[in-house]
Each structure stands twice: as structure tokens, then as C-alpha cells.
Design a protein around this ligand. Structure first.
Ligand code: URA
Length: 410
């Protein structure tokens, strides 16, 4: 097939055939289609879009560029959750071990943080020794013994997405619904799931700022998943303030451990229970009991130990990564908190060193914010609004300034 003609057809607003889409993905994965042609095609897709058939076809081609997970015949139901990302989103750390208390397997393949949205792998790697690079055989063995595994995308899973995502990141073609849908769904479908719950975020800290955009993304992902035989549940959740009271890799793990002990901020617990009950065989009350009685924490510990992590460190996690400077941020006014802007907090966190500007940047697990006051709380002038954890005094002062720029009460 003549690749420039395919690019030209998409540029002019035509739908591509399944064969054309497959040819593009096979050629790009094999390296016979160069980055400059793929960049042009991604930009044409960005402007012209793709219909449901094209998006499903693109997802299938990306899925077939690599291997799928496979399980023994007597495996229980295989379920997972995917969130389109947010600030302070530590839900996966709690939800995956919680679902494993039910008779389910959760083979969760997660990503790293890029932009203002944090990544589950980065959070997990703040647990000393925790290994996210597991082989397929190791993953299945762990599912057989514990029911849950949290790992990164291996080189064998969706190599087309790995290459294309990196290219989109540097060609301003990330925020395209067909490209996001095929990227996310190809990786999730490679887990060979029975049921997937999608947590589609909208608001200042999300990819999709408006509810309508989030709706279009959620529906596109539902259509692709259902066309490929997976039961899809779509939930929409606002992402205007950070989730919970902690943002930053180790700080979020500490908060997740708190929730797994039946404590912690109510919004995180409620979000976990509402998403988990979409795919679980038991109700939210039973899921809540597994948080309160330590069953889910037991699963998390077992998973940490099985993946090489120091499970004993979970009992003193606040001490594992202690930032050199911890500064209290005080409310400049009295009233009811009306805004703790998620995007502002996310950007301040990246400036502290918790996130990446480039995919190969190192991150600092210790930095971020905790004890963040929630919207709706009543505060007096001088009350604690948050604490910043920083590498040095100058970083802490700058982060405080940024945080207060997104903070309002009236
Ligand atoms: N996450 C992904 O894996 N892919 C996208 O395109 C966007 C978010």
C-alpha cells in the first residue's frame, strides 16, 4: 500500500479501510513506515477524527502488534479498572488488592506519570524494592497465588502503542479521542479481560476539561471494548480538586495505606467503593468491610512482598521518604474553601520534582503536598491549608506560592 495516499485520504476527511489501518500499524511497528509519515497521519487523525469502526480497527491493529495475556482454563473472572488520570489519584493502589479479596483476578497494567497526572508505577516504585517489570509467567503465577498483580507494559504488549504514544507526546497529537481510545483500550484488551470499569475524569486536573468531552471519550472507549467482547462500565468523575489530601508519589502511597486500614479521606474511600462495586460480585458494604478489617491490606502486603517490595516498610511509610523540608501552608483568609485547583496543585508538584517533563526524567518520590484541605471545609485565617514536602527551602516557598494561587475561600 502507498502510505502517502493513506495520509492524504485522512487529511481530506475520508474514513480509512480496516486494511489501510492494519497496514499502517504493521509498517510502523516493523519500522518500514518512518516517524515523519506517522506524525503526519497522527495530525490528520487529530484534525479529522475517526468513526467508531475506524477506532475499533485501529485498537485491534495495535492490540495485534503484540501479545495478549492468557490464563489457565479454570481462572476466575478477570477484571480491571482504568482511570483517564487525575491529580492525587491513588485509587488503583487500593482498588486492585480490594477486588482480589473477591474471587476475581486483577492483572493491572499501569503507566507512569506524564504531564500533571501521576502514574501508578511511579507510586508503587516508592515502595523499597518493588518490581513493576514482571514477565507474563510471573504475572500469572502471582494471580494464581494472590489474585492481583500491578505491573508495567512489557515490550511484548502493544509495541505499536509504545512507539506511537512516544511520537504523539512530541508532536502535539495526544488529546485526540480516537488516538487516546485506541492507546488505552489496546493495552487493557491485552489483559484479556471479562469486565473493565472506566473512570473518566473531567475538570481542571483532567485531560478532558469539559463533561461533554469526557462523555465522548467514555462512549468511544465503551464502543471499542464492547465491539471486542468485553463488558464495559463507564463512570464519570469530576477532577477539579485533588483526590484525597495527598499528592506526590510516596505521600499518595501513605494515604492509600491509610484507606487500606479503614481510615483516610472519605472522598478516596467512596470513589474506590463506587468503582469497585461496578465490577465486583459483592456489594459496596462487603467491600467496605474488607477495607475496615484489614483483608484488603493483607492482599496489598502479599502483592508487595511477591513483587520484591519491603512489606514491613508499609507500617512506617511516612519515614521511608522524608523530604528535607516540610512547610506548613496557612489559609490567608477565613470562610468556606471554594477552590483547591487540581491543575495548579499538579503543576506545583511537577515543579517540586514529583513528575516528569520528559519521559526519561528521574522523579523524587518524597516531594508533594499532604494534609490538603478539602473544598467545602470551613477555615479561619492561619489554619492549615496543606503541607508542602520539598527538597529545599526555596522550592517549598515557590510551591506554597503556587498552591495559594489555586486556593480560594469565601
Ligand atoms: N493514556 C494512554 O495510555 N494513552 C493515551 O493516549 C492517553 C493516556
Amino acid at each position: 500500500m502507498h502510505i502517502p495516499s493513506i495520509i492524504e485520504r485522512k487529511r481530506d476527511g475520508h474514513a480509512l479501510t480496516d486494511e489501510e489501518i492494519r497496514e499502517v500499524i504493521v509498517s510502523y511497528t516493523q519500522g518500514t513506515m518512518p516517524d515523519y509519515q506517522m506524525s503526519a497521519l497522527a495530525m490528520a487523525i487529530f484534525f479529522r477524527g475517526m468513526d467508531a469502526r475506524e477506532t475499533t480497527s485501529l485498537t485491534r491493529a495495535m492490540l495485534e502488534s503484540g501479545e495478549r495475556m492468557h490464563y489457565p482454563d479454570d481462572a476466575p473472572r478477570i477484571v480491571d479498572k482504568h482511570s483517564t488520570g487525575g491529580v492525587g489519584d491513588k485509587v488503583s493502589l487500593i482498588l486492585a488488592p480490594l477486588l482480589a479479596c473477591d474471587d476475581l483476578w486483577i492483572p493491572m497494567i499501569s503507566g507512569r506519570g506524564l504531564g500533571i497526572t501521576g502514574g501508578t508505577l511511579d507510586k508503587l516504585e516508592s515502595i523499597p524494592g518493588f518490581r513493576v517489570g514482571l514477565s507474563h509467567e510471573e504475572a500469572v503465577r502471582q494471580l494464581q497465588s494472590i489474585g492481583v498483580v500491578m505491573m508495567g507494559q512489557t515490550g511484548a504488549i502493544c509495541p505499536a502503542d509504545k512507539k506511537l504514544y512516544a511520537l504523539r507526546d512530541v508532536t502535539a497529537t495526544v488529546p485526540s479521542i480516537p488516538l487516546i481510545t485506541s492507546s488505552i483500550m489496546s493495552k487493557k484488551l491485552a489483559e484479556s479481560l471479562d469486565t473493565l470499569v472506566l473512570d473518566v475524569k473531567y475538570g481542571s486536573g483532567a485531560f478532558m476539561k469539559a463533561r461533554e468531552e469526557a462523555g465522548a471519550l467514555g462512549e468511544a472507549m465503551r464502543e471499542v471494548g464492547e465491539a471486542m467482547g468485553v463488558t464495559i462500565r463507564v463512570c464519570y468523575n469530576a477532577m477539579d480538586e485533588p483526590i484525597g489530601c495527598a499528592v506526590g508519589n510516596a505521600l499518595e502511597v501513605a494515604e492509600a495505606i491509610d484507606i487500606l486500614r479503614g481510615r483516610g479521606p472519605r472522598d478516596v474511600r467512596e470513589l474506590v467503593l463506587s468503582l469497585a462495586s461496578e465490577v465486583s460480585q459483592v456489594d459496596a458494604a462487603q467491600l467496605g468491610r474488607w477495607l475496615d478489617d484489614g483483608t484488603a491490606l493483607g492482599k496489598f502486603r502479599a502483592m508487595v512482598a511477591s513483587q520484591g517490595g519491603d512489606a514491613a516498610s508499609l507500617d512506617r511509610f511516612e519515614e521511608v521518604h522524608r523530604a528535607p523540608v516540610i512547610r506548613e501552608i496557612r489559609s490567608p483568609a477565613s470562610g468556606v474553601v471554594t477552590c483547591v485547583d487540581a491543575e495548579t496543585v499538579g503543576r506545583a508538584c511537577i515543579a517540586l520534582g514529583a513528575g516528569r517533563s520528559r519521559a526519561d526524567d528521574a522523579i523524587d518520590p518524597a516531594v508533594g503536598f499532604d494534609r490538603i484541605v478539602k473544598v467545602g471545609a470551613a477555615v479561619q485565617t492561619g489554619d492549615l491549608a496543606a503541607r508542602v514536602h520539598a527538597r529545599d527551602e526555596a522550592g517549598a516557598i515557590e510551591a506554597e506560592k503556587r498552591f495559594l494561587g489555586g486556593f480560594a475561600c469565601e
